[in-house]
Design a protein around this ligand. Structure first.
Ligand code: SAH
Length: 341
């Protein structure tokens, strides 16, 4: 697909078709605007014919707008797979929350994305498409970008699709492309330790966000199967390495589940294991997922926990819940079968 290619790769491709190199830039710029081939006026028909197979092909299966202005789109890809993405408006600009896989195989007990397992990985271009969709919708271009931030927090586990995600990060931050600074991109992972090291070694500097959700391995194992593969100690060691390499403060996500991980002791233990690290805790009162029995704490309790963590020397905030009425909040994105979105 055309969006999978960097400008350099597109140049090679265009040359291999026996065309002039400058054609690549024309196609590249048109692709970033999500133009259809018919809409491109500065490229000859014969070339369009040659790249037809490569051109992006998608449709909007559903587009919902929440009371709070959050938008959720379900895009139908060439093979019929549906991916959900969310647009969030903040004071400083717009953030797009992208999916990295169709479904997910991590099996977290509280998350809708994992119901039905993993269907397939998304390609770099299919992840980029989600950002470009909202950018062009808002009237933005690559030079006059409307999207300021990207979070890899939709469906899927980014580090379970490492190569495509790495390529997406390069494309999204490339000067030829959207030129989004890696500082403004957050990658959230349930903690695939070897790939946290790889991310650091490959020279990325995105904000690393860890879905921790429990302060002990025993408790974590009851809600997140990945805890059977990697201990919290191993995750924290990988985070320390990432911090040393990048200087980027690590963010820990902690979804507050009533009666599961919200006791005084849980919070004290959490503070103890994070103490001394340059990090931030993002508390998320669990959002409801109809198939799951777990309940979130109320916001008042979440604020109290944030305060308590602060007193224990850990910076913590409560994440705003956005788009819950359109199932666009954390953990509510899911894989749907064609057209059902
Ligand atoms: N697989 C990645 C990306 C998903 S990000 C990861 O695990 O980090 C989505 C974030 O929302 C994660 O922190 C996830 O644990 C959290 N989440 C999942 N289900 C949730 C729910 N029902 N309510 C609140 N947060 C949830």
């Amino acid at each position: 697909m055309i969006l999978d290619k960097s400008l350099g790769e597109l140049e090679e491709y265009v040359l291999s078709l026996g065309e002039k190199k400058y054609r690549a830039k024309q196609l590249f710029d048109a692709a970033l605007l999500l133009k259809s081939l018919e809409e491109i006026s500065n490229v000859p028909k014969a070339l369009k014919e040659k790249v037809k197979q490569e051109w992006m092909c998608f449709s909007v299966a559903a587009h919902l707008v929440s009371k709070d202005g959050t938008q959720k789109v379900a895009l139908k890809l060439a093979d019929g797979s549906i991916v959900e993405s969310v647009l969030l408006k903040y004071k400083y600009g717009y953030t797009v929350c992208v999916s990295t896989q169709v479904g997910c195989r991590m099996g977290c007990k509280f998350c809708a994305s994992t119901i039905g397992g993993l269907k397939r990985n998304l390609t770099a271009g299919e992840i980029l498409l989600q950002v470009l969709f909202f950018n062009s919708q808002l009237g933005g271009t690559s030079k006059e970008r409307k999207i300021t931030n990207v979070v890899l927090m939709g469906c899927g586990e980014p580090l379970d699709n490492y190569e495509n995600v790495a390529k997406f990060l390069r494309l999204a931050s490339s000067e030829d492309g959207l030129n989004i600074s890696q500082r403004n991109i957050s990658l959230s992972t349930c903690g695939l330790v070897p790939n946290i090291y790889k991310l650091a070694d490959d020279g990325f500097s995105v904000t690393l966000t860890i879905s921790l959700h429990a302060p002990t391995d025993a408790l974590r194992k009851t809600i997140m199967p990945i805890a059977n593969a990697y201990t919290i100690k191993e995750i924290l060691a990988a985070c320390d390495y990432y911090f040393e390499k990048t200087g980027r403060r690590i963010c820990f996500e902690y979804s507050l589940i009533e009666g599961v991980n919200d006791s005084d002791e849980n919070i004290k233990t959490l503070a103890k294991i994070l103490k001394g690290r340059s990090c931030h805790v993002n508390l998320i009162p669990l959002n409801s997922v109809k198939e799951k029995k777990l309940m979130g704490v109320n916001r008042k309790k979440a604020y109290k926990i944030a305060e308590e963590l602060g007193e224990l020397g850990i910076s913590a905030t409560v994440r705003r819940t956005m788009g819950e009425d359109i199932e666009g909040a954390c953990g509510q994105l899911r894989n749907r079968i064609g057209g059902e979105a």
